[in-house]
Structures are given as C-alpha cells and as structure tokens.
Design a protein around this ligand. Sequence first.
Ligand SMILES: *Cc1c(COP(=O)(O)O)cnc(C)c1O
Length: 212
Amino acid sequence: MTPLAERLQAIRAGIPPGVTLIAVSKTQPAEAIREAYAAGQRDFGENYAQEWRGKAEDLADLADLRWHFIGGLQTNKVKYLAGKVAYVHTVDRLELAQELSRRFAGKGAVARVFLEVNVGGETSKEGCAPEEVPALARAVSSLPAIEVVGLMCIPPPSEDPRPHFRRLRALRDELGVRELSMGMSADWKVAIEEGATFVRIGTAIFGARPKR
Ligand SMILES: *Cc1c(COP(=O)(O)O)cnc(C)c1O
C-alpha cells in the first residue's frame, strides 16, 4: 500500500456509514487524485475553478469520480461547473444561486448545493450570517434548477469548533434539510460527533499542500 492509501484507510476506519468522506485535493496534482481513486476514493473537493478544470480534463477517464466544489465561487465561473460537479458547498448569496440555477438548467441538470454559514461571525469570511439562513434558503429553493441539500461551515481556526458545529446542526434541524458539510483535517472527529454527514479532509490524506 502507498503511504497515501494507508492514510486514507486509517481515516476511513473512523468514518461511520452514512458519512461521506470528501478528499480535498486543491493544489494537489492530478496524479495524487488518481492514486486516491485507485485506493477506492470517489469524492473529491476542489476550491479553484480554473485549477479544477484542468484536473477534471486530465481525469475525465474516471467516470464515477464525484467533484465537490468547496471554494469561494465567483458568479462568472459558474458556467464551467454546470452539470459537472455533484455538489457546490459554498452558496452564500442569492445572486450566485440564481446563476447556478440558470447554468445547470442549461445543461438539463439540477445544482445540489449547501448554504455556507459564517458561524463564527468573522468579518473577513465568506458565508451568510446565521440569521439570514432561513430567508436565503427560501429564496434559493424557489429557483427552478437548484436543490438546497444542507448547510456547510468552517469554524474560526483559533476557536473550539464544537459549539460552531452544534449551531450549524441546530440551524439545519430548523430548516429541515438533510446534510451537514463540516469537519476538516484538524476537527473531523468532533464534526462527526456533532452530526456531520460530509467531512472535507485534505492534508490528513494528501500531506502538506504544494503552494499555488
Ligand atoms: C482546504 C479546505 C479543506 C481541507 O482542509 P485540510 O485542513 O487540509 O483538511 C476543507 N474545506 C475547505 C472549504 C477547504 O478550503
């Protein structure tokens, strides 16, 4: 087994049924994704539309690979994603959702999305404010080619993540959606304890990230 396959297996052993492991491959080369795929991994997360496009082309032969877009998304990049990514985890404004709906409809597809919530109230951070979630969810759900499947968050890095994960779960329960995208290399076990259904793990699988 390769070191990567071993790390993957060790993480999988801690992931209960019903939780999807997303291998976050941003800035990693296509060969690393291929290696994880060979070890049985099928869900991959990418952050940068341009970089992702190149890799998606290189890996087009892996037909059952599922892409998750997990980075900040500019409206003008949505056209590249339409019909090609399984989930978008970072919807935080209506304008972006409108473009997703429009572009996915153009491909005869439905965009499955998470609303990203700024649980820590950080001023510099993407994500909508927790108070805005119900209204945003209502507006997004009324669009024709988009489905809100759940909520996503990245807690402030210097704080205990648990209360933030709890808050996201409570918001999810209020909304009546299904999924919770939360937990990264440093805190995925806590996230699973708090009800995560998708965890997004990069460095603990691939090792340190090459610079962009
Ligand atoms: C990079 C990234 C991850 C993975 O982070 P690691 O600490 O390497 O596991 C997860 N989620 C998002 C949104 C990211 O940008």
